[in-house]
Design a protein around this ligand. Structure first.
Ligand code: DON
Length: 564
């Protein structure tokens, strides 16, 4: 007789539970595939990369085809006239990183952007021919092909040629972006260029000159860009506009293989880009600074969560500005900067009751240091190889200089140097001697293509554009998945925030919940919601527990996942 009563009570309890407790929201997944995936800024590029893998190509073949497709379909950032970084992990767990970052021209000088009064003329470092660094992308793609490619280069470039020849259909966001930049194009080229028209959704852009350039590269290889007709077109055009890039600059450009920055975060191994990107070191500093805290106990984007992350970010960016630069020119104390002891000492001044003032914080100090002073895509293939690539012209459409006869934009990466100690660049980043301009030096970057492993297995591939906000976008997505168990799509879609030491404010996206702002302000944090509709655009792949792949394509752009 007892049992029916107990069952009755349980039934009442269950009904109560169903009516009073909040339903658990269902997880929102992105595209899920069995074996292989590309997530990039454009649907065409993702599809082209996937098609290459369906034909038997590996992740590196797909990387080359995707990159070339992006330079046609996403000319604001995808590029032939820029540079980038790749972090990779092969199926056997071997890791590495390729640096095909732009370099300062041989005629570059430390004070080349200072006016007669010693002030930075940021127009010169940001728009026009003097802003252009020696491009590295084509050298990077050929290097990847030589080391890891399995399909012929001619085949990998063919889809991009078709895209350029037959045209790319303009999306609404792209039309808006092109229209927003019309005046910049005029300034950079001193006159109207081919893109000077009002664009609308569903228009088609054909690139006849770019088609020819890509065909010449298909026929003549790497040398076409660095020593051939394309090199001549670049040098003539840039020099006519007052730039300083010479044939010697192009002919002497070299990529560098680098050892990734690797570190542990709560039983995961994070693999990211080393200098000349600040990405890996800053991601390591921030995550290792917050590792002692039980992050998941704070609600996502809550006051405490924002405090601890902001304070770690503030300290990392202060170090970035002083210590980091091109490792071929300056000695970087990577081990000290990322050591547990140093970082816990650095966080010791963090006070839950009061924001640290950036004005009272500078770079850290440790013994033994002698001062000497963007689009991202993620790919996993059917063999288990993975690549994370972030590539950039710096600003949207770079220097806005469009090599007319070649059909492409050139970067304005020179602005990533510190033109003068303490003077902010386009991202508000300040730097010092370590990132001063010198001939053939690479400018410091924030690009952070990153791979995460768990128990020796691939777990996540991610990265973002967004200048200085790349680092903080990457760490928030790592935390979203590792600490808050979000799906990859939920993670990339969440609102983000960012602090970079100077200026001393937390930038938040316009979609960010304002509820906690009064409390944060009381604690001494400045909140900046102006001018930041979005922070980063993260394209990522997560390996699900059953081995399938989930794509996170950032809804802030036209980003798209594809796979099989
Ligand atoms: O290398 C860097 O850090 C910058 N040039 C990246 C620029 C960037 O992400 C632009 N994207 N929105």
């Amino acid at each position: 007789m007892k049992y029916p009563i107990i069952l009755f009570l349980i039934a009442i309890l269950c009904v109560q539970c169903m009516t009073t407790s909040k339903p658990i929201p269902e997880k929102q997944y992105g595209l899920i595939t069995e074996k292989a995936m590309v997530v990039s800024a454009r649907e065409e590029a993702s599809k082209i990369g996937v098609e290459i893998m369906k034909q038997g190509g590996n992740a590196f073949d797909a990387m080359i085809a995707t990159d070339l497709a992006l330079l046609v379909s996403y000319p604001s950032a995808g590029n032939i006239g820029g540079g980038g970084f790749m972090v990779y992990r092969q199926k056997d767990g071997t890791i590495g990183a390729l640096d095909y970052r732009e370099k300062a021209p041989l005629a570059a000088t430390k004070n080349m952007y200072l006016d007669a009064h010693g002030n930075v003329d940021s127009d010169k470092s940001q728009i026009g021919a003097l802003a252009v660094g020696v491009p590295g992308t084509i050298a990077g793609l050929f290097e990847v092909h030589e080391k890891f490619g399995t399909l012929p280069f001619e085949k990998l470039i063919a889809p991009a040629i078709r895209l350029a020849e037959y045209g790319v259909v303009v999306t609404e966001k792209q039309a808006q972006n092109l229209n927003d930049h019309t005046n910049d194009f005029k300034v950079a080229n001193k006159r109207t260029i081919v893109l000077d028209k009002v664009w609308k959704k569903e228009d088609t852009i054909k690139y006849p000159k770019l088609t020819q350039t890509l065909k010449r590269i298909q026929a003549n290889g790497r040398g076409e860009f660095y020593k051939g007709e394309t090199a001549n077109l670049i040098v003539d055009y840039v020099q006519n506009l007052g730039g300083i890039i010479t044939k010697e600059d192009l002919a002497s450009y070299e990529v560098k293989w680098r050892n990734p920055v690797t570190f542990e975060y709560k039983n995961h191994r994070i693999i990211s880009m080393p200098p000349p990107s600040s990405g890996g070191i800053c991601v390591a500093q921030i995550l290792k600074s917050i590792e002692p805290y039980d992050i998941e106990q704070y609600a996502h984007n809550s006051i405490q969560y924002m405090q601890v992350i902001t304070e770690a970010e503030r300290r990392a960016y202060a170090d970035r500005s002083y210590f980091l630069g091109d490792p071929d020119f300056v000695t970087i104390p990577t081990d000290s900067l990322t050591s547990k002891t140093y970082l816990s000492r650095r966080m010791a001044s963090f006070d839950w009751k009061q924001a640290t003032m950036s004005s009272e914080l500078s770079r850290g100090v440790f013994p033994g240091y002698e001062s000497t002073e963007t689009t991202h895509y993620s790919i996993v293939d059917q063999f288990g190889n993975s690549v994370a690539v972030t590539t950039t012209l710096n600003s949207s459409y770079g220097s806005k200089v469009y090599v007319e006869k070649g059909g492409f934009f050139l970067n304005n990466e020179m602005d990533d140097f510190s033109a003068k100690p303490g003077a902010p660049n386009v991202y508000g980043l300040v730097g010092a001697e370590a990132n001063a301009i010198a001939p053939q030096k690479r400018m410091l970057s924030s690009m952070s293509p990153t791979i995460v492993e768990k128990d020796g297995q691939l777990k996540m591939v991610l990265g973002s554009p967004g200048g200085s906000t790349i680092i903080t976008s990457v760490i928030q997505n790592i935390l979203n998945v590792l600490e808050y168990d979000m799906t990859m799509q939920e993670s990339v879609s969440k609102p983000r925030f960012h602090h970079q030491w100077l200026p001393d404010s937390i930038k938040v996206e316009t979609s960010f919940d304002t509820l906690n702002f009064p409390s944060l302000k009381k604690l001494g944090y400045n909140i900046d919601q102006s001018n930041t509709p979005i922070i980063g655009k993260v394209d990522a792949i997560l390996v699900l527990p059953d081995g399938r792949l989930e794509g996170g394509a950032d809804p802030r752009g036209d980003d798209s996942a594809d796979g099989f």
